[in-house]
Design a protein around this ligand. Sequence first.
Ligand code: AMP
Ligand code: MG
Length: 596
Amino acid sequence: MKMICNTPILGFAAFSGTGKTTLLEQLIPLLTSAGLKLGVLKHAHHNFDIDQEGKDSYRLRKAGATQMYISSRYRNAMITETPDEEATFEHLLMQFKHDELDLILIEGFKSQSFPKIELRREALQNPWMHPNDENIIAVATDIALDCSLPKFEINDLDAIAEFISTRVKSGDLAGKKQSEDSVAACCDTLSPAFLSVEQGIERILDAVSEIEGEIRVEVDHALKDILAEDVVSNINVPQHTNSAMDGFAIRDEDVSLERFKLVAEVMAGQNYPHPLQLGEAVKIMTGAPVPSNGTTVVMREQSDTFSEAGIDFVTFNGATIKAGQNVRSAGEDLAKGQSVFEKGCKIGPAEMGMIASLGINQCLVKRKLKVAIFSTGDEVQHPSQSQKENCIYDSNRYSLIGLLTQLNCEILDLGILEDDHHQIEKAVSEAAQNADLVLTTGGVSVGDADYIKDVLEQNGNIDFWRINMRPGRPLAFGKIGETPFFGLPGNPVATMVSFINFVEPAIRKMQGEEEWKPTKLRALASESLRSRHGRTEFTRGVYSLNEQGQLVVRSTGKQGSGILRSMSEANCLIEIEPLYAKVEQGELVTIIPLTV
Ligand code: AMP
Ligand code: MG
């Protein structure tokens, strides 16, 4: 079961005094009479208490029950104490029974990204919010307003209710930045912001496709390339039936004879040109062709040789000999005319050897995927410079270069871009024209002042997502022209974890590797691991075999998303799914081994 919110959510953006709660109170009956089953999630800033002093449930809770469930014929309530930290928005949404709801109205949670209707009354003299908030999908006001969003008179509750219920029922819940996606109604379509890891990967893979273009390369330079043609064998491998051992070749029908007359010695690269006669043997080396009718080989260790009247003999001392043993048949590995590798096959070390074994030294492969990368941020400095006050050295670009090199990409390194609108704009559009894929790091978080966001919004079709994962929550993805683009988060670990989860599958698909999936294994947690309900946690881990031969995994310790050492010490990511708030020692977890 995946813990994702699958019910549309909607909130209202308004300054205090606008009358939000009163409006909601009047709107809810209209929405329920339109047939919608409603939930409401409300945030309270103060230490609220819904239970009444003196009641049994109140007393038992105050006595120390951290979860108090009270139930009657008419209603149930669960009161959960949250002494450690406030529950996340995602976690709270998951407490609803989604199969019994059509819509969840949200009160509060201002900083969260989800669709909202802006409410504004002229008398309050507040500023507009919609020009700066992409989550606003409509405006209800008593002020004349010229904007492209749907507009309502703030007191026309019927019209507002009609708008909401039409959107919910039609599944057309698109916000301002929503694309053509026609997925069934869920908070994810209502707000493009919140996505699970799987949803993110699915959308990315839908949006990218295999690149065109192939080149002929030398086999010794073909490691990790993808074949663009079938490789067919023009020869038999091995060429001749040959000996698999150092020993003696005899005729199949002679296996029961006591002794054999030695008529020749055949070294590798030579052959014995005559058929064997009854009782004859040739001494033979591994790999040397056997005589045409001498297709049984007895290994040297089982033999004794001796001479009688100047003639050499060999005996096998009664060893059991099976006709046809210890020979490799011609064409046994690869038969002439056989298709050895199909187009789309990825060339590894064994494939390099096999292709060469066919007498082929060049092959047609997909051209390399060209990936443009740059870092952003005024605080980010090139490692060759002396360190400036309040600055950090660019590490992300180097991690990306490593990751991309492992994936056999051609890298177009555009360096560090200053926070200058014009410079970024020029670099982004040139990168998109010259590369198959563009990657940047930094500047995609909410509230980020970086220019990269503005430039992307104006120049491409880019969605800014919040992935329910840690590290790596913010992620921008889309296209600039026809070129796929990823804006990875700036934190160094988040950059790498996001790359592994989202960029690598896209790259492999673009390179022509079909249906690639990361290797995932299950290992026993050798210590308890922290996580949070509602999001996927990628803890950096070290896996190994324990004395019982079981796969076990521990974390690398401190998991801050800026602590790159946690990645350097890790040999895997531990993937803790959203369903789990914690993993206890001894429980099984999923691990994703890191490529070395
Ligand atoms: P941002 O996503 O731009 O808000 O950046 C998040 C954090 O990552 C900030 O502390 C940045 O300084 C840091 N960061 C951004 N880009 C890089 C980079 N190229 N190398 C190392 N750290 C970076
Ligand atoms: Mg930044």
